[in-house]
Write a protein that binds this ligand. Structure first.
Ligand code: KQY
Length: 378
């Protein structure tokens, strides 16, 4: 594994859309008891369900601490690879590498952004986070992938979505937040995204889901189904603060064109009714100074947009809500070529994210040039 000083754009690498073909999916085992209730056992069952659902479509690797190795190995089926690594929590979307591909040579590399626990000492969610900041490098090393490391640019994978065709969608709430890159202007942030994801256009939404503790990650409010087509978390309830946020996003998206000049087709994806933390759920979490507390009655940032697109399948969070069926029906319509699988995800939501946040795809690059031609060219 080499650390490269150039950029993916200069080297001909791009971040593919999640809907493109994957080599596999990475996850991290939950265990910290100040975020996951009751010794993280209910969350571990939920993570197993997600891993098993994804493993029907592509290989899954679960990263596990040495202390949890035996337990995780026992709870996970043997076709899920379990590897030891020390982490601070279990959000592979945000701490793992953003993989980029070279469509000519079929090579894959990792982008290793700086991770600071969603806002560092300004409004980060736990301290310290240095084990998490090493995860991308360790994954690249395990996979033998070269990496681009950005020491002066904080970003989490959940704060960007791409269409693989030149367009990035993100939110101002997150990328312009004071805890991430206050030394950079909006233009400098946009230029960095373009350079490291190989994009030509950034679409800026203002805000993410109401009360999202990540400062409004885009992956909880919007997702690409395919180039030119997105789902947007939605409510018709004008008394819900989510209404104004979703309406604002809709207005931005409907006026925009993407990098290829296409108007976007926007599908409204109704959020579940407000989900509040119960007394029992709150009491199951250890109180630790410096970690975001889980308080009874607090509203969780629930959204069906936080789903994972796998080879041949989509894995959707369910909440036992009246809108679960509506969401599943929309996904079946939008993904006729994939199997739609719902996983009950309240436990993941209680930790502050959802299925998309706990997964990271490793794309497969399909070379346009045959290997022998490459050898001949050297
Ligand atoms: O939304 C995500 N991508 C991660 C959520 C992290 C919450 C930490 N408590």
């Amino acid at each position: 594994m080499h650390t490269l000083l150039s950029t993916p754009k200069r080297d001909g690498y791009r971040m593919p859309g999640e809907f493109e073909y994957h080599d596999g999916c990475w996850m991290i085992w939950p265990e910290r008891t100040d975020n996951w209730r009751y010794g993280a056992k209910p969350a571990q069952h939920a993570f197993v369900n997600v891993a098993v659902a994804i493993s029907k479509f592509e290989p899954v690797t679960m990263v596990v601490s040495p202390a949890q190795y035996d337990n995780a190995r026992h709870m996970l089926p043997e076709d899920i690879r379990v590897v030891e690594m020390v982490t601070d929590d279990s959000w592979m979307r945000d701490v793992g590498p953003t993989f980029v591909v070279n469509d000519q040579t079929g090579e894959v590399r990792g982008v290793d952004w700086t991770f600071n626990s969603w806002g560092g000492l300004v409004d980060g969610l736990y301290f310290p986070w240095f084990n998490d900041d090493h995860v991308a490098q360790k994954v690249c090393e395990m996979e033998g992938k070269d990496r681009y490391r950005l020491n002066n640019f904080v970003l989490e994978g959940g704060s960007i979505h791409v269409d693989g065709d030149g367009t990035v969608i993100t939110t101002e709430e997150c990328l312009l937040s004071p805890g991430r890159n206050p030394h950079l202007s909006k233009k400098e942030i946009e230029d960095t995204l373009k350079e490291y994801l190989h994009a030509d256009k950034v679409i800026w939404l203002k805000r993410g889901i109401y009360l999202d503790e990540t400062n409004g990650h885009v992956d909880n409010i919007c997702n690409y189904v395919r180039p030119g087509e997105v789902v947007l978390a939605w409510t018709d309830d004008e008394t819900d603060p989510q209404y104004e946020i979703s309406k604002e996003c809709y207005e931005i998206l409907s006026k925009e064109t993407d990098a290829k000049g296409r108007k976007l087709k926007i599908h409204k994806l109704y959020v579940p009714s407000p989900i509040l933390i119960t007394k029992e759920e709150s009491e199951g979490v250890d109180s630790v100074d410096g970690t975001l507390p889980r308080v009874e009655g607090d509203r969780l940032a629930a959204s069906y947009a936080n789903y994972y697109t796998a080879n041949g399948g989509v894995i959707i969070p369910l909440f036992n809500d009246a809108n679960d069926e509506k969401a599943l029906a929309l996904f079946r319509e939008l993904y006729p070529e994939r199997e739609v699988v719902g996983v009950y995800a309240r436990e993941i939501l209680l930790g502050g994210g959802n299925i998309h946040c706990i997964t990271q795809q490793q794309p497969m690059a399909i070379p346009a040039v045959k290997p022998l031609e490459l050898v001949g060219a050297r």
